[in-house]
Design a protein around this ligand. Structure first.
Ligand SMILES: [Zn+2]
Length: 244
C-alpha cells in the first residue's frame, strides 16, 4: 500500500504529467481517505475478500482505462503484471476523464492505482456478480504465477504449450465456459490463461491428471498455487476494516 501512494507520476520526458495537465498530485493521506470514502459508498459484502493490493474501480473509469491502453476484450478485471500506461496512455486517460467531468482528485487517485504494478484492478459491477470469487481466484492465480522464479515459470509454460498442442481438453462438468470460449481465449492470449482456467477448475480433470503424469514437477508447483489461492478465498479472514 505504502508504495502505491509514493508512486512517481513522471512521464518519459522527465516532466510530471499531472502538472503538465494542470492536476495537483495528492498526498498519501488524501489518497487513502479518497479510497475509503469511495468504498464506504459501495457497501458490498464482496469487498471483504479484497486484500490491500486489490482495487475496485468505478465502471466508467475502468472502461476509460481499457480504452487508453487499447484493451478491446469485455474483461472486468486485470492483474497488472506491469504498468501498461506510458506517457501517451496517461495523457489519453487524463484528457478523457477531464472531458467526462471528473475532478483532479478522481484523476490523480485512479492514475496512481492504475499505474501500480502487481495490483489487481476490478470493475465495480463485478462485485455484484455471482462469479466474483471465481474472478478473484483467477486474478490471484496470475499474481502467484508472476511470483515464481523465471526457471519454474518457463517450465510451466513449456508444459502448457505441450498440452494445448497435444491434449484434447474440454470444459469441466459445471463449468461456466464453453469449449469454443476457452479455445478462443487460449488462442488469443498467452498460454498463462490456460493455467488460470485449469487451476480455477474450469477445465476437465483428465487434463490435470495428464499434467501430473507427464510433468510431475510442474504439477507440484501448480498444485501448491491452487491450494494457496483457494485457501486465500475460501478460508479467508474477513477484512474487518470494511465493516467498522
Ligand atoms: Zn486471465
Amino acid at each position: 500500500m505504502k508504495k502505491l501512494f509514493s508512486l512517481l507520476l513522471v512521464c518519459n520526458f522527465g516532466i510530471n504529467i499531472l502538472s503538465c495537465l494542470g492536476i495537483k498530485k495528492l498526498g498519501k493521506l488524501e489518497l487513502k481517505s479518497y479510497y475509503s470514502d469511495y468504498l464506504s459508498k459501495i457497501n458490498n459484502i464482496n469487498l471483504a475478500y479484497l486484500d490491500t493490493t486489490e482495487y475496485i474501480i468505478p465502471n466508467e473509469i475502468f472502461e476509460v482505462y481499457k480504452k487508453s491502453i487499447g484493451e478491446k476484450s469485455p474483461c472486468v478485471a486485470f492483474y497488472l503484471k506491469q504498468n501498461y500506461m506510458g506517457y501517451f496512455e496517461k495523457r489519453k486517460f487524463i484528457n478523457e476523464l477531464k472531458r467526462k467531468g471528473y475532478d483532479e482528485k478522481d484523476i490523480a487517485f485512479y492514475l496512481a492505482v492504475l499505474t501500480k504494478e502487481k495490483a489487481v484492478v476490478i470493475k465495480e459491477c463485478a462485485l455484484k456478480k455471482r462469479y466474483f470469487t471465481s474472478l478473484l481466484l483467477h486474478e490471484r492465480i496470475h499474481k502467484e504465477l508472476d511470483k515464481l522464479p523465471r526457471e519454474d515459470y518457463n517450465k510451466i509454460m513449456e508444459a502448457v504449450k505441450f498440452i494445448i498442442k497435444n491434449v484434447k481438453f474440454k470444459p469441466s462438468k459445471g463449468s461456466s465456459y464453453s469449449l469454443s470460449y476457452l479455445e478462443e481465449i487460449i488462442k488469443k492470449s498467452n498460454p498463462e490463461e490456460f493455467i488460470a482456467y485449469l487451476l480455477q477448475g474450469e477445465i476437465d480433470k483428465s487434463t490435470e491428471k495428464f499434467l501430473k503424469k507427464k510433468f510431475p514437477h510442474v504439477y507440484k508447483t501448480l498444485d501448491k498455487i491452487k491450494t494457496k489461492v483457494r485457501n486465500s478465498l475460501y478460508n479467508f479472514k474477513v477484512n474487518q476494516k470494511f465493516f467498522k
